[in-house]
Ligand binder design. Structure first.
Ligand SMILES: NC(=O)c1ccc[n+]([C@@H]2O[C@H](COP(=O)([O-])OP(=O)(O)OC[C@H]3O[C@@H](n4cnc5c(N)ncnc54)[C@H](OP(=O)(O)O)[C@@H]3O)[C@@H](O)[C@H]2O)c1
Length: 242
């Protein structure tokens, strides 16, 4: 394994991001973590040691988030992989439209700001890997979480476009779209009617393998590929009634 490799993970303060950071550190990667809850990042540095670097970041502070990403990369001596994992689902704001807008601000606008900045960074550097955490939810609209599913559809489609851009670039840039099913985390706390629920640790381990194997797509856990196939097969008029 190449000891010099380095990875930055957004939304590293809990759930999938935190477990993924732990795995990268355990494999000897310089690992950068970001999130708004700085006390958790400090806690992680105490636990993970010198291979872990961090910066407080709110992905909806667009300009600052872009600058912070590159400052962290510089502090780490460069960034080889970025995992754009920060995301929210249906966190209640003061009105329904504000709740929807907040989801788009974090999951879509925050995502594209950092994906676009990372692409430029890797083009200048000559190589790199952008990993986006979309979801199985990206594959269909769903009444109770319409903006969430739509936000994930957006980033999945965006990554496909960027993969095509990468193919036309002189740089060696890999775009990895990770599509988890249900994963136990703060995001799904209290959520009912879940099935095939994976722990954050198990999900992170499969995500790690997909990243190091430079996959373009990965379903997490792997059995969700079956659900993805079913969603593609079932006509929309039936999906709309389920
Ligand atoms: N859990 C699932 O079943 C599931 C399924 C499919 C896809 N996913 C996706 O996986 C990713 C990770 O989710 P998770 O399940 O691990 O949830 P989680 O435990 O709630 O983690 C979400 C992370 O995003 C960060 N975040 C939220 N808003 C942010 C903001 N404005 N700026 C910066 N960071 C922000 C949080 O950090 P701070 O609060 O400290 O900022 C936290 O570290 C998300 O993109 C989610 O949509 C999850």
């Amino acid at each position: 394994m190449d000891q010099a490799k380095s990875v930055i993970i957004t939304g590293a303060t809990s759930g999938i991001g935190r477990e993924l950071a732990r795995i990268f550190v355990n494999h000897g990667y310089k690992t950068g973590g970001t999130g708004r809850r700085v006390e958790r990042l400090e806690e992680m540095q105490n636990e993970f040691g010198d291979l872990f670097f961090y910066r407080q970041m709110d992905v909806t502070q667009f300009k600052q988030a872009r600058t912070t990403l590159i400052e962290l990369a510089d502090e780490m001596g460069g960034m080889d992989i970025v995992v754009l994992n920060a995301g929210i689902s249906n966190i209640q704001q003061s009105s329904a439209i504000e709740t929807e807008q907040k989801g788009i601000d974090v999951n879509v606008s925050g995502f594209i700001q950092l994906a676009n900045r990372s692409f430029d960074y890797f083009e200048n550097r000559g190589s790199g890997q952008i990993v986006g955490i979309s979801s199985i939810a990206s594959m269909l609209g769903y009444g109770p979480s319409a903006p969430y599913n739509a936000s994930k559809a957006f980033i999945s489609n965006y990554m496909q476009g960027y993969r095509q851009k990468a193919l036309r670039s002189d740089a060696d840039i890999i775009i990895t779209d990770i599509k988890p099913g249900f994963v136990e985390s703060e995001l799904t706390e209290g959520q009912k009617n879940m099935f095939w629920v994976a722990s954050s640790k198990k999900a992170a381990l499969q995500i790690f393998k997909a990243i190091v194997n430079r996959k373009h797509y990965a379903y997490i856990t792997r059995r969700w590929r079956l659900i993805a196939w079913l969603i593609k097969m079932v006509p929309d008029r039936i999906i709309d009634r389920i």
